[in-house]
Ligand binder design. Structure first.
Ligand SMILES: [Zn+2]
Length: 490
């Protein structure tokens, strides 16, 4: 008998944690961080005191109350888990590199295997390295034994490692994942980060499809079509519903056309855009738009770092070409007009990037951009780049395109009010041009009708009942599951 239990992502967006157990073992499909809840309860620096963080995460509901799964070095008083169901997890299978799908892995036991694809791993490692994430939040693939760290200072303890790599299972599209309970087939889907996978799972008695985050309007919509093909007729379809109440449509092509149109109106002025660095398709859209408008694309160091990393791991992801781009040279040091790379203010990865480009003509300084503003098209990834715009001093009326959204996916919450203050101060002309990472209502219904499962289980949505309402007249049942509720699949 196999059961399913949503321990995150039931009636809420983000923090997907789908537990599938019984028969052959137990696996989690995603073990994400509920960013909304984290923001609601984070005080000051968050939940940072290490001996309380796990307890507080459990207490406020960021992590589910189950025992047998969490690491034992964080001074957790087990009493808090008294009476909780106990599980032994064979593997956590991750669908993609957005925090709300993998961000709670750091709290699992060191020996819990994690299954990811090669490109997904590179994307997650890039995020950890470049996002300024600190402490326990960094321990996704590497586990640092905090108890041992302290004990060593107090008593003599046996040999061993303070830091260990968690066991990894690297999976590939179209091939069943090895060494996990059940037959799990990863199938790429279209979403706002490359290397996103849906799964088809056979438990012996029933078949389950999990969409992960999915859409039809991106550049790889054929992936989503292929997912539908490979999961047609399953018994259970776990489908995301971020936009079940939203019928707006804007495709990646629309984004490109609108950006080109707005850019062409700005001759003589600067154009800058803000994107998510993980959204490689959007970065490519922006590079192509810039080139079509006769401007030189200038990438932030973080975006350049990610694309270069993906080239290095020979990722299958379609990557933008870097031949004609420039990389923005940030001023970080006190001396040498900000460009002294020996300064500690250039972090390791940033220093490496700049050093590797010093003898090329790829690096470009704000002073150079400032002199020839209509030659360039800036592609930045973080709200902190408004400080760089202040450095450049755009000609009033220059264009600022905001091309991100979906804070539940994003690494950092954009503080829009403050950005708007800067936009006003710099007298920029701003536009919001974005295509969502998630399918709208009509596309969600299309996916369901084409797969035609026996039962739909909505997840990653604040409106699971809307699925029920929309599908009640059709031959497809919808089951709305509460968080923690056990549903038997066969
Ligand atoms: Zn996502």
């Amino acid at each position: 008998m196999v059961s399913i239990c949503l321990l995150g992502g039931a009636g809420e967006i983000g923090g997907n944690k789908i537990l599938l157990y019984g028969g052959e073992g137990a696996v989690f499909l995603d073990f994400g961080l509920n960013l909304k809840k984290k923001r609601e309860y984070a005080v000051g620096y968050g939940f940072e005191r290490i001996n309380r963080v796990l307890r507080n995460y459990l207490f406020v509901g960021i992590l589910p109350m189950i025992s047998g799964v969490y690491r034992e070095d964080l001074a957790l008083d087990e009493k808090i888990l008294n009476g909780a169901r106990n599980f032994s997890i064979d593997c956590c299978i991750i669908s993609h590199g957005h925090l709300d799908h993998y961000g709670s892995l750091a709290f699992l036991k060191a020996e819990t295997p994690i299954a990811v694809s090669k490109s997904m791993k590179a994307l997650i490692e890039h995020s950890i390295e470049t996002s300024g994430r600190t402490g326990i939040d960094r321990e996704i693939f590497i586990y640092k034994d905090r108890r041992r760290e302290e004990l060593k200072k107090k008593v003599k303890i046996e040999e061993g490692l303070d830091e260990v790599e968690r066991p990894l299972i690297i999976f590939e599209e179209g091939r069943e994942i090895g060494k996990v309970p059940f037959q799990v087939l990863p199938i790429p889907v279209d979403h706002s980060i490359p290397a996103t996978f849906g799964f088809r799972i056979e438990t012996g008695k029933s078949s389950i499809a999990y969409t992960s985050d999915i859409r039809f309007h991106g550049v790889v919509s054929k992936y989503t079509e292929d997912f539908i093909e490979k999961t047609r007729g399953v018994d259970f379809l776990l489908i995301e519903g971020t936009r079940i109440n939203d019928s707006t449509t804007r495709s990646e092509d629309d984004v490109k056309n609108e950006v080109i149109m707005e850019t062409l109106k700005k001759s003589g002025k600067l154009v800058s855009t803000l994107v998510s660095s993980l959204d490689i398709d959007r970065v490519r859209t922006m590079i192509e738009a810039a080139e079509e408008c006769g401007r030189i694309p200038v990438l932030s160091s973080r975006i350049y770092h990610l694309i270069k990393t993906l080239y290095e791991v020979e990722s299958k992801v379609k990557l933008p070409k870097l031949e004609n781009v420039k990389v923005y040279f940030e001023k970080r040091s006190i001396i040498d007009e900000g460009y002294f790379l020996g300064s500690t203010y250039f972090r390791g990865w940033l220093k490496k990037i700049y050093e590797s480009l010093l003898n090329t003509d790829m690096l470009i300084k704000p002073e150079e951009i400032s002199k020839d503003q209509d030659k360039y098209f800036l592609i930045f990834n973080s709200h902190q780049y408004v400080f760089e715009l202040a450095e450049i001093q755009p000609i009033p009326g220059s264009l600022f395109i905001e091309s991100t959204s979906e804070p539940h996916d994003e690494e950092q919450e954009i503080e829009w009010e403050k950005i708007e203050n800067w936009i006003n101060l710099l007298r920029l002309d701003s536009r919001w041009i974005h295509a969502s990472g998630h399918a709208n209502r009509e596309d969600l219904l299309k996916i369901i009708r084409e797969i035609k499962p026996k039962k739909v289980i909505p997840i990653h949505t604040e409106n699971p009942r809307e699925f029920k309402r929309l599908l009640e007249k059709e031959d497809i049942k919808v089951e709305v599951i509460q968080e923690g509720e056990e549903v038997k699949l066969s």
